[in-house]
Design a protein around this ligand. Structure first.
Ligand SMILES: [Zn+2]
Length: 381
């Protein structure tokens, strides 16, 4: 077994398991001690660190499985996982596509959403009885990979907001969108949560966020995204995190900011090495900016939080908040945020630069879609 296959097997074991990640990992470590690959233990160690603090447990958010109306929120993740495995699959009810809240030119939200939400639920294989017992690692692995490749579609075990919270999602998203119009694109990239609330209170054309909306946003920010299958770290720990203006620089002709230091250095190097066609498509993002993108996507997906989390990092989890940025090809528009980007000259050049690595690689372990445009900037590297 090579490293790649090992990683895949490990991920799917965790994702497909109905017990807590820590237990799964130690079980997996024991079972795989005879694997003919020596790096296994190190990878497990790494992975343990990665998901440290990620506890699958209860959440304050009211979530439902659309295919199992028997579950009453708030739920316990373990019971949901067991039930979702044991209940017979039914068709996932699909609502009519919702209008897009906003035409976002940049970045991912709005890219090929319309046709996807309008599609019928994907046929899902019929799980056999007691599937948790009989599923082989390979089967679990294949299902995970299949699901992640169809990241923009609804899946059986996806979690949705219940009706009331969906309304809060909608009203919050609309208020955030209006706020963005008032402060402008550029300022919005740096706008903190507290500043946003203050502006909403102050500007006559804006409506105050209600207590329930603030409460909803707060719960969403502080919840553990592994509930939605998102396993990456959380670089921003506080809802009220502020981006200091003196730490960022505006990149001319892009409308975006970059963090000073390594990100700027790397961007300049990329511009030099990947050609004049290479352009910054998304840089620094505040908590509010990530909220706007994430809520928009969740809204367009009828409140499917799992789908939204496969598509982009939930607020707090985005490395755009600390260092990372996206690169695109000039004039390629929204396609810069689709797999079509891999066909561009810019991507081909990026691939050959040894100092470039992607945050969300193909078939990654993190529960995030493949993002060939998202450059990982590790300040420690
Ligand atoms: Zn990105």
């Amino acid at each position: 077994m090579n490293r790649r296959n090992f990683l895949k097997a490990l991920t799917t074991t965790i994702v497909g398991s109905s017990i807590a990640p820590m237990e799964t990992l130690s079980k997996f470590a024991k079972e795989t001690s005879s694997l003919q690959w020596n790096g296994g233990d190190i990878i497990i160690e790494d992975y343990l660190k990665k998901i440290e603090g990620a506890k699958l447990g209860q959440t304050d958010l009211n979530l439902i499985l659309k295919n199992d109306k028997g579950i009453k929120p708030p739920y316990n993740i373990q019971s949901i996982q067991n039930q979702s495995i044991q209940t017979k699959p039914q068709a996932i009810p699909q609502k009519k596509p919702l209008p897009i809240l906003e035409n976002e030119d940049n970045p991912p939200v709005g890219v090929s959403n319309n046709h996807n939400i309008a599609e019928k639920a994907q046929p899902i294989e019929t799980p056999s009885e007691n599937i948790a017992v009989h599923k082989s690692k390979e089967e679990i692995l294949n299902e995970y990979i299949k699901k992640m490749r169809a990241f923009n579609k609804s899946h059986m075990d996806d979690l949705y907001l219940d009706g009331k919270e969906f309304q809060l999602l909608k009203s919050s998203a609309i208020k955030i969108m209006r706020l963005k119009k008032v402060v402008g694109h550029g300022n919005f990239y740096l706008l903190s949560f507290d500043e946003a609330l203050k502006i909403a209170r102050t500007y006559p054309s804006l409506k105050n966020f209600t207590k329930r909306e603030i409460n909803f946003l707060e719960k969403l920010f502080y919840m553990d995204a592994s509930i939605f299958g998102f396993f990456d770290k959380k670089p921003l720990r506080s809802l009220t995190h502020r981006i200091k203006k003196r730490k960022v620089v505006k990149v001319s002709r892009t409308g975006n900011y970059l963090f000073k230091g390594l990100p700027v250095k790397m961007y300049k190097k990329i511009k030099k090495d990947a050609g004049r066609q290479a352009v910054l498509t998304s840089g620094v993002r505040s908590v509010m900016k990530q909220f706007q993108l994430y809520l928009n996507k969740a809204y367009q997906s009828n409140g499917n939080m799992s789908l939204a989390s496969r598509f982009l990092a939930p607020p707090g989890y985005s490395y755009h908040g600390v260092s990372d940025f996206d690169i695109g090809q000039k004039g390629y528009g929204v396609h810069n945020f689709t797999e079509r980007f891999t066909r561009t000259e810019v991507f081909k050049r990026l691939e050959n630069l040894d100092y470039i690595s992607l945050r969300y690689t193909e078939d990654n372990l993190l529960g995030v879609r493949f993002e060939p445009w998202h450059i990982k900037v590790d300040p420690r590297a």
